[in-house]
Ligand binder design. Structure first.
Ligand SMILES: *Cc1c(COP(=O)(O)O)cnc(C)c1O
Length: 455
């Protein structure tokens, strides 16, 4: 069959409240055009993030009921640990309440002033947790990964020559090498198994541990199966196990590829480091058999891990994004290609080329998508990255708008609706005006800034 249907039936539903365009215009004014300030019930299709927004399965809800809330040695932990180890065979598996808590523990132990940590591209919390210790974070993704139109199959790959040179230059100042799969900050682009293998080899040659930031490991494995020579006949599980056998440790957000609404973990083989990590864990998160989680959350993660590697799910998941990208591309809308695993990115600077970067074309597009269709997206551009610690402002490298897809939440007709809203924006896009920021906090302004519409 040509049609890839959602590989699930819907058993429990959450009504969407529809709003009119006039209502949305008033709502936009009331939140000073900052989409983070909207109430989610005023949003028709919420593509703000794919983090923690997954629909859990009937088996996950059943697992929630099996959750055991014993402080120590809960069977929920034993099921969680076994499910993780089945895919990622690390000696020590340490639950945390989110991915960033795993990062905070790891970097509190291995980073610090004078240290430098390379990655293909650090995610913003990873960078924050590294820089928070006084260390510095470096992004060494291949050049193709920074070109929105380049069709390279693995745009998340590490630039291996740069990594080698980096390790030679910095020597003992490098406590670990990281790779983020898929490369979230780089548009959800995958990393090949060959590149992970080479990164591990170079790291080992320099005696530096190799850590995978693993949030979207299943989507990454799906891309490997589809695109990497020799991988097409292998199971997702085998590919996943291969990826992690190459690593010395991992950080994970269960809010992504574990279908859970909360959770994460840190895993490693080094006994000494694990002992220190568990001590930190007890200080900051909780006892090592629950981390910052309830026993029921551990069970939801364990069940989610058995579902996320399902090929019918992954095919539907990635195809939804490809479909939207194909349709928008055919309309002449500049999109990041190929489609990423968890999101669709629109190049707002290129599309709304009459809005200067410092008038925030990404914000103009994100506001238009909400006003016209009730879609909440996220500006990833000059609003997010344009203000510098010294107070100056300059255009970000790109002005993108991200449509992040919650897992198992929306269907094909939602995807068609999204495309239609873009058709509507297309018809009037030359009338879209930029914005000014009338009030902003000293840091991370995109969350709380107030905007004014320019005439
Ligand atoms: C979401 C994410 C994190 C942080 O995880 P949280 O659970 O949100 O704290 C780290 N790295 C990447 C690549 C992510 O996508």
């Amino acid at each position: 069959m040509k049609t890839i249907i959602e590989p699930f039936r819907i058993k429990s539903v959450e009504p969407i409240r529809f709003t009119t365009r006039e209502e949305r215009q008033a709502l936009l004014k009331s939140v000073d055009y900052n989409l983070f300030a909207l109430k989610s019930e005023d949003v028709i299709i919420d593509l703000l993030t794919d983090s923690g927004t997954s629909a859990m399965s009937a088996e996950q809800w059943a697992a929630i009921m099996r959750g055991d809330e014993s402080y120590a040695g809960s069977p929920s932990f034993i099921r969680f640990e076994a499910a993780v180890r089945d895919l990622m065979d690390f000696k020590h598996i340490i639950p945390t309440h989110q991915g960033r808590a795993a990062e905070a523990i790891l970097f509190s132990l291995i980073a610090g002033p004078g240290k430098v940590i390379p990655s293909n591209t650090h995610f913003d919390t990873t960078r924050g947790n590294i820089e928070g210790t006084g260390a510095r974070a470096f992004d060494l993704v291949i050049a193709e990964g920074k070109d929105p139109q380049n069709l390279h199959p693995f745009k998340g790959n590490m630039d291996l020559d740069k990594l080698e040179a980096f390790l030679v230059e910095h020597g003992d100042a490098v406590p670990c090498v990281m790779t983020t799969i898929t490369n979230n900050a780089g548009g959800g682009q995958p990393v090949s198994l060959e590149n992970i293998r080479a990164t591990a080899k170079i790291s080992r040659a320099h005696n530096v541990p190799f850590i995978i930031d693993s949030c979207r490991f299943a989507e990454n494995a799906w891309f490997i199966k589809q695109r990497e020579p020799g991988q097409g006949d292998r199971s997702i599980k085998d590919i996943v196990r291969d990826m992690f056998e190459l690593a010395d440790g991992m950080t994970m957000s269960a809010k992504k590829d574990a279908f859970a609404n909360i959770g994460g973990w840190l895993a490693m083989n080094d006994d000494d480091l694990a002992q220190k990590a568990r001590t930190r864990l007890i200080q900051t998160e909780g006892f090592p058999t629950y981390g910052g989680l309830a026993g029921r959350d551990l069970d939801a993660i364990a069940q989610g891990l058995s579902e996320i590697i399902n090929e019918d799910y992954l095919r539907y998941r990635v195809r939804t994004n490809e479909y939207i990208v194909e349709r928008l591309d055919a309309m002449g809308i500049p999109v990041v290609k190929p489609a990423g695993g968890h999101a669709v990115f629109i190049d707002a600077r290129a599309w709304l080329d009459h809005v200067e970067p410092l008038k925030y074309p990404g914000q103009a597009l994100a506001v238009a998508l909400y006003e016209i269709g009730g879609i909440r997206s996220c500006e990833i551009g000059t609003v997010m990255f344009g203000r510098h610690p010294d107070g100056s402002e300059s255009p970000a490298a790109m002005d993108l708008v991200r449509l992040a897809m919650p897992r198992r939440v929306y269907t094909q007709s939602h995807a068609d609706y999204i495309v239609e809203v873009f058709e509507e924006v297309q018809a009037t896009k030359d009338d879209l005006r930029g914005f000014e920021i009338v009030e902003e906090p000293p840091m991370m302004r995109h969350f709380t800034a107030k905007f004014g519409k320019l005439g």
